[in-house]
Design a protein around this ligand. Structure first.
Ligand SMILES: C[S@@+](CC[C@H](N)C(=O)[O-])C[C@H]1O[C@@H](n2cnc3c(N)ncnc32)[C@H](O)[C@@H]1O
Length: 286
């Protein structure tokens, strides 16, 4: 396990992923009944953008830093939709941006006392840091487990409603298949759950075959959401961020149609190089 998220925290893909997660959880809070959130690849939950790791890549400069600089001039509806995410950022930082929330902190900031958050992380050092960051939170538990084993053990949740974020490091090419296998097993036991499956857009053929398998699976409504910052080029260039969302809140597509065009303009490499798309891989059951 070589991957450490500290090198990438706050990059454009994190910003898109975390805003989307915040929108999904905001929707879940509309109902009083408690829900469960599982973050299968949690990382450490909170990142210092001044750390040696973050400074080495400076990925946050073209991600969260650019986002926070541009937000005051964004259209009102974009600002409103980003508010659950930006509120957290403002709480973590006094004026000047230094700390960035990982998905565990985004989730923790949006759940209520009666909801439950499960954070799974396999890297021993990152697991220790994660546990230290969340040991104060009664509704949050950290687990030093393999994500795929944890999904088997923890789903379905007693709450019967919940969100599962699957965000692997994609260190090896089999990770697309690992996600498909885990989703196939999980949704047999928890078919009503909302699954958010993050993937990098580098090799378009891999991405196309991933989508094709998903569209043939017996899933509830499923969206495939992509934000590209550049046009396709050499195969291994990181040109976009993707997320498959199974059983999305019914408002999500409408919200993303407001957010994504603004985010594309913000993150594209050169004017006009970016794009976005929202495909319905599996249709809504009427
Ligand atoms: C992309 S990072 C997660 C970022 C985090 N979800 C966020 O948005 O802030 C992937 C994490 O998965 C962890 N990891 C890798 N393989 C794993 C496995 N099999 N089970 C659980 N965690 C794993 C890595 O150590 C790394 O911290």
């Amino acid at each position: 396990m070589n991957y450490r998220h500290a090198y990438h925290a706050g990059n454009f893909a994190d910003v898109v992923k975390h805003i989307t997660l915040a929108r999904v959880l905001t929707y879940f809070m509309r109902k009083d009944t408690p829900f469960f959130v599982m973050d299968t690849h949690a990382g450490i939950g909170r990142y210092d953008l001044k750390s040696v790791e973050a400074q080495k890549t400076k990925e946050a400069e073209t991600g969260i830093e650019r986002f926070m600089d541009a937000l005051p001039d964004a259209p009102k509806e974009v600002r409103e939709l980003c508010e659950p995410f930006t509120k957290l950022l403002n709480e973590m930082n006094e004026g000047k941006l230094q700390y960035y929330p990982g998905s565990p902190m985004v989730a923790q900031s949006l759940i209520r006392r009666s909801d439950r958050l499960s954070l799974v992380e396999l890297h021993p050092e990152d697991f220790a840091a994660l546990t230290e960051n969340f040991n104060w939170a009664k509704n949050t538990k950290t687990h030093h487990l393999d994500a795929w084993q944890a999904m088997k053990a923890q789903l379905p949740p007693n709450e019967k409603r919940g969100v599962v974020l699957v965000d692997p490091p994609f260190e090896d090419r089999d990770e697309f298949n690992a996600i498909l296998r885990a989703l196939y097993e999980a949704q047999k036991r928890f078919s009503k759950g909302t699954y958010m499956l993050w993937y990098p857009i580098k090799d378009l053929r891999m991405v196309a075959s991933f989508s094709k398998v998903l569209s043939g699976m017996k899933l509830g409504q499923t969206l495939d959401v992509r934000l590209m910052i550049d046009r396709p080029g050499p195969q291994d260039k990181f040109i976009g961020t993707g997320m498959v969302i199974v059983n999305p809140p019914y408002v999500l597509e409408k919200e993303l149609k407001v957010l994504l065009p603004w985010l594309v303009k913000l993150f594209e490499i050169v004017p006009g190089s970016g794009s976005h798309s929202i495909y319905e891989l599996v249709g809504e059951q009427k």
